[in-house]
Design a protein around this ligand. Sequence first.
Ligand code: ADP
Ligand code: ADP
Ligand code: MG
Length: 455
Amino acid sequence: MFQRVLIANRGEIAVRIMRACRELGVETVSVYSQADADALHVQLASQAVCIGPAKASDSYLNVDALLTVAKETGCDAVHPGYGFLSENADFSDRCTQMGLAFIGPSGDVIRMMGNKSAARELMQKHNVPVVPGSDGAVETAQQAQEIADKIGYPVLVKASAGGGGRGMRRVDRPEDLEAKFQEARAEALACFGDGQLYLEKLILNPKHIEFQILADRHGNVIHLGERDCSIQRKNQKLVEESPSKILTPELREAMGQAAVTAARAAGYENAGTIEFVVDQEGHFYFIEMNTRIQVEHPVTEMVTGIDLVREQLRIAAGLPLSVKQEDVVLRGHAMECRINAEDPTQNFRPAPGTTRFVHFPGGPGVRVDSMLYNGYEVSPYYDSLVAKVIVHAPTRLEAIRRMRRCLEEMIIEGYPTTADFCHLILHHPDFVKGQYDTGFLAAHQDELLGWDKED
Ligand code: ADP
Ligand code: ADP
Ligand code: MG
């Protein structure tokens, strides 16, 4: 096992990684920007080093500064968390070149799966179903037109380098394609510095179902079941749960097998996620692989009892997986609500501020991952996620009741959050019945906010 790990991140995930390290007897070094001097991941650290100004490009994305700190503090590994440099192939390579273990896959694997049209082609080659669409990238709008005519409208124009729901455009009619194609290209260039596009058929009202996988250096690849992440606003997840109401044991088996095949095809090592959309007939299609730990990983930890960050560290240290596929049992039901410092009545606009008072829920089957404390100032510079409330219960309905109870117990004063909005979702009859897809929030947002007003 490693002696000392550099945590190249901030917020709740930095704290989460620190916890796994402590339990393994591994020392950690935290890094922080000038805006984060009072942050929890600094206060809890035995060693913390300032790496630059508030702007992420000058601090958390500053590869040279991070590597210098890692070397000077005697670290032997780097954990990138999620966001920031976690899916940056060059960062993975640079760590390896400097003799630091990167706690994630190799640069080559990140590069390959980071190009979503190339990943699609790889999956096709290995008989993992993909959404009907282009073979690889599409060069011109005219070429896209021909493919769209063949697969039928509506279609999605997507950026090969895409992420966070950006560089993506829905096209309903042939006459709109040219304009949307150029829009997507411009956004992809601006966000990712890469304008390459590809085409997928738009699956109407799909479920977003993703599979957690683990792969070690010894050829073991397993999956840890699914997470249903169909409750999304602006293509970003808000509530996640496992297991998914729509998966029969047969479908879970088939999708789990496909996820393992996908990870093997990529030559994957470490923890990763295979994302699928599932249509209303239960057909599933690969959409992308996330080559890092995910925000919603605790949902899987609650139903499997497996510490994913601990597994990540073990894998990167060259140890074999501590579980076999047949030992993975999904027990009960888990659910996560993302608590963001955002105003749901202002289309989820980030609303940072000073945490005047915070009280977290507790009791049986409850877990809160957060960096908040009384007086903590939420920075406008970074992601608005301030807490994740995760519950575990024997059944889905008990998990819903437990989550409602948790959100009622929780107090965060000083800025608006998504907590009350999540509480409303947990009361919607369709959500309670498990009848929801990725269109749920767009369809019900006004209705839910209306409930709030009547109260
Ligand atoms: P990102 O890299 O931005 O996460 P994804 O390819 O994972 O992009 O897509 C983001 C979301 O968009 C998905 O979770 C799903 O809700 C929706 N989506 C993506 N592809 C399709 C598709 N072909 N049909 C319908 N919805 C899709
Ligand atoms: P996940 O499935 O892990 O939630 P997402 O596709 O929602 O992944 O987001 C990808 C990562 O990028 C997340 O870890 C998130 O923290 C980060 N991220 C998303 N939006 C932003 C943003 N506006 N600024 C900084 N980081 C972001
Ligand atoms: Mg995605």
